[in-house]
Design a protein around this ligand. Structure first.
Ligand code: AMP
Ligand code: MG
Length: 320
C-alpha cells in the first residue's frame, strides 16, 4: 500500500510494520529500498523471499549516523575519514563487523564484514530515527528487475509483499550507492554508484582500486574461505543419517537414522522456509563443532528454498 510519507502517522505505521517483522518501501536519495529490521532474521529472510533472490548475498545496513554505525562495525582511520566526508550520502562502506553487532546472520550472509550506509533522505532518516535500529535494505525490486526510483515502481514489483511503501516522490540520485572497502593502504571500489570517483579520491588522496563485483561478492564456491564455510563435510538431501553425523532437519519428519545423530538442528519443524532461512547460518555454525559430517535433510527448492539450497550447496562444495 502506498502512503504519502508526509501523512501524519505514516512513519509510525511504517515502524509498526518493521517491529512486526514486515517490509517497508523506503525512499532514499539513491533508489527506493526494501527495508526490514536488520536484527530480525525472519524479517531479513522475507526480503530475499519478496525479491525472489536465488541466493543470499549480503545486504546493506542503513543507520541514522556514524555513531549508530560504530555499534555495528570497527572503523579504520581511512574509513572514518570517508564516513565523515560523505555521510549522509550515497556511499556504502564495507567494514569489519563487531562480534556483538545487533545484526541477523542473514543480513550479512554470514560474513564477518558488514556494508553500512547513512542515507541522505529526510524520510529514510525519520524512519531510522523512529525505528531506532539498523535497517537491512536492498533495492525494492524483484530480483533481475531494474531498481525503483518511484513508489509506483515498488508497488508494481512488490506491492503485495510490502506492508507500506512510503511515497516521497522520485529519487534524486537514481542509481545505487558507491561501495568502498578499505584494505590496508588500498581503497577498493566494489561498486561504482551515486558518489563519483573524483570526489572520493580528493578526500583520500589516492586512486581507487577497481575490483569487479565477481571478485568482491561471495558468489562462487571458491570464495567460501572468506564466507562462512564449515570445517565439517556437508552431505545434502540425505535419505538416511549415518551414525555420528550431525543433522540439519526440515519439517516434522526426521530422516531414518536421526536417532543416532551426534546433534540435530531442525531449521523449521513447521516446514516454513522463512523460518529456515533465518536459522540457517547459526545451524551451520552450531553443528560444525559437533561432528565431522553434517547431513542435511531434503529441503524443497521453491521460493526461499532455492537460496537455502544454494547456500548449502556452497557449504558442501570441495574447498581448496
Ligand atoms: P543491493 O542489495 O542491490 O543494495 O546491493 C548490495 C551490494 O552490497 C551487493 O553488491 C553486495 O555484494 C554488496 N555488499 C553488501 N555487503 C557486503 C560485504 N560485507 N562485503 C562485500 N560486499 C558487500
Ligand atoms: Mg539491487
Amino acid at each position: 500500500m502506498i502512503r504519502s510519507a508526509s501523512d501524519p502517522g505514516a512513519i509510525a505505521d511504517a515502524v509498526a510494520v518493521l517491529v512486526a517483522g514486515g517490509l517497508v518501501g523506503m525512499p532514499t536519495e539513491t533508489v527506493y529500498g526494501l527495508a526490514a529490521d536488520a536484527g530480525n532474521g525472519e524479517a531479513v529472510a522475507r526480503i530475499y523471499a519478496a525479491k525472489g533472490r536465488p541466493r543470499f548475498n549480503p545486504l546493506i545496513a542503513h543507520v541514522a549516523d556514524l555513531a549508530a554505525a560504530e555499534h555495528l562495525a570497527r572503523f579504520d582511520p581511512l574509513s572514518r575519514r570517508l564516513a565523515e566526508a560523505f555521510w549522509p550520502g550515497p556511499l556504502t562502506l564495507v567494514l569489519s563487523k563487531r562480534p556483538d553487532a545487533p545484526l541477523a546472520d542473514l543480513a550479512t550472509a554470514g560474513l564477518d564484514t558488514v556494508a553500512i550506509r547513512v542515507p541522505a533522505h529526510p524520510v529514510a532518516h525519520a524512519l531510522l530515527d523512529a525505528f531506532g535500529g539498523p535497517l537491512a535494505a536492498p533495492s525494492a525490486n524483484r530480483s533481475g528487475h531494474v531498481s525503483p526510483t518511484s513508489a509506483a515502481h515498488v508497488e508494481a514489483d512488490l506491492g503485495d509483499r510490502v506492508g507500506i511503501i512510503l511515497d516521497a516522490g522520485p529519487t534524486k540520485v537514481g542509481v545505487e550507492s558507491t561501495i568502498l572497502k578499505v584494505e590496508g593502504e588500498r581503497v577498493l571500489l566494489l561498486r561504482a554508484g551515486g558518489l563519483a570517483r573524483p570526489a572520493i579520491e580528493a578526500v583520500i588522496g589516492r586512486a581507487l582500486v577497481a575490483q569487479t563485483h565477481a571478485e568482491s561478492a561471495p558468489v562462487a564456491p571458491g570464495m567460501l574461505a572468506s564466507h562462512y564455510a564449515p570445517a565439517a563435510a556437508v552431505r545434502l538431501d540425505v535419505a538416511r543419517v549415518a551414525p555420528g553425523e550431525a543433522l540439519i532437519a526440515f519439517g516434522e519428519r526426521l530422516p531414518p537414522g536421526a536417532e543416532h545423530a551426534a546433534a540435530v538442528v531442525n531449521l523449521s519443524e513447521r516446514g516454513d522456509v522463512v523460518e529456515a532461512a533465518a536459522r540457517l547460518f547459526a545451524a551451520l555454525r552450531e553443528l560444525d563443532g559437533a561432528a565431522d559430517t553434517i547431513a542435511v535433510a531434503p529441503i524443497p527448492g521453491e521460493g526461499l528454498g532455492e537460496a537455502i539450497r544454494d547456500r548449502l550447496a556452497r557449504a558442501a562444495a570441495p574447498r581448496p
